[in-house]
Design a protein around this ligand. Structure first.
Ligand code: TXA
Ligand code: MG
Length: 322
């Protein structure tokens, strides 16, 4: 990394981003979940540049972002179940994994050679504007170096990637602060929750019925390498005390005053929005270990605990992905 890329918002910046993407460059894109690192999904060179910038293992496929249901249907085969979920949650933080369509434009490299594709229509106005103005699918993994915390602010993207990113669109801090929920809808298969995310399971199940767990060792599931989303500090989960050398990440009203707190009122939506930012801040203070108070499994707690468990997992040589 050398110098920082420009950070800009507004219509002129979107136009500039479109030109850069057409030329195969990478652009930081705000979404309602986390910032993405966008590239032209149909351009294998741009996608290769994206994998290189992220340091992402090739086998981890990317999410294709499109502006509409029609554009999604050109990339993937949406069955009844997929259409029902899309009707309810798109634009929004839901990613559907479906069979690739014959008219797919997302290149093989972006799909890691799979016969399935991950699709989503983001809700953030700048993301929708960008994908719409680009006029084709954009792949956008979370804009963090592989295995690191996902970024929720434009500055995070600029700092992490330097000039391997041509431009970062500034859409302010992310609303959800945690990645999209990923549901797979494959022929002859039950609907599966591959990654708990910004939409609580209960809301998805109202439309899709009970969601099964991912197939173990089956399709290359989302960020399913154990150590993932990791800060530099070690993480200790379900902490009920703070030990020497530790920084506390609290949850709820029982946390000591003045400690970093995911949500003093115990709201898992607020906690999700704060999660990566607070981990990043505690990490920057240089604590050896971040002790995290228990977060209940309800609401977005399932997604938060999933990310925390990955952040706490033993790290073997930085082979994390995502
Ligand atoms: O909220 C989000 O989804 C963010 C924003 C930027 O849109 N993006 C994001 O992308 O989290 P990424 O690349 O960090 O995570 C995408 C996950 C990967 O872990 C990958 O394994 C999974 O989606 N995925 C992609 N295609 C898949 C497929 N065909 N089958 C199973 N999982 C797939
Ligand atoms: Mg990621």
């Amino acid at each position: 990394m050398t110098s920082s890329p420009p950070i800009a918002g507004g219509g002129a910046a979107v136009k500039r981003a479109v030109r850069l993407l057409r030329d195969g460059f990478l652009v930081g894109m705000p979404t309602e979940t986390v910032y993405g690192l966008a590239a032209d999904a149909a351009n294998p060179e741009a996608v290769a540049r994206l994998y290189a910038a992220k340091g992402r293992p090739r086998f981890n496929p990317l999410i294709t972002h499109v502006a509409s249901l029609e554009a999604a249907a050109a990339e993937g085969e949406l069955d009844e179940r997929a259409r029902a979920l899309a009707a309810r949650f798109w634009p929004g933080p839901l990613t559907l994994v479906v069979p690739v369509a014959a008219t797919v434009r997302t290149c093989d490299l972006a799909r890691a050679g799979l016969e399935t594709i991950a699709l989503r229509v983001p809700r953030h106005s700048l993301a929708l504007e960008l994908v719409g103005a680009f006029g084709g699918p954009l792949v956008a993994p979370s804009a963090n170096p592989s295995g690191r915390l996902s970024p929720t602010r434009a500055e995070d993207v600029a700092t992490a990637f330097g000039d391997s990113v041509a431009l970062v669109l500034d859409g302010g801090p992310c609303e959800a602060g945690i990645e999209s929920s990923i549901v797979s809808l494959l022929p002859g298969e039950p609907a599966r929750l591959l990654r708990p995310g910004a939409i609580p399971r209960g809301r998805l199940e109202k439309i899709a019925g009970a969601l099964e767990a991912p197939v173990k060792g089956g399709i290359s599931a989302p960020g399913q390498l154990e150590s993932h989303y990791a800060p530099r500090a070690a993480i200790r989960l379900n902490a009920v005390d703070v030990r020497e050398g530790e920084a506390l990440l609290g949850f709820g009203a029982d946390a000591p005053e003045g400690a970093a707190n995911l949500s003093r009122s115990g709201d898992t939506v607020e906690a999700a929005a704060n999660l990566y930012r607070l981990l990043r801040e505690l990490d920057a203070k240089g604590a050896d270990t971040i002790a995290v108070m228990p977060v209940p499994q309800e609401g977005l707690g399932e997604a938060i605990n999933d990310r925390l468990q990955r952040a706490a997992a033993p790290r073997n040589g930085g082979h994390a992905a995502g």
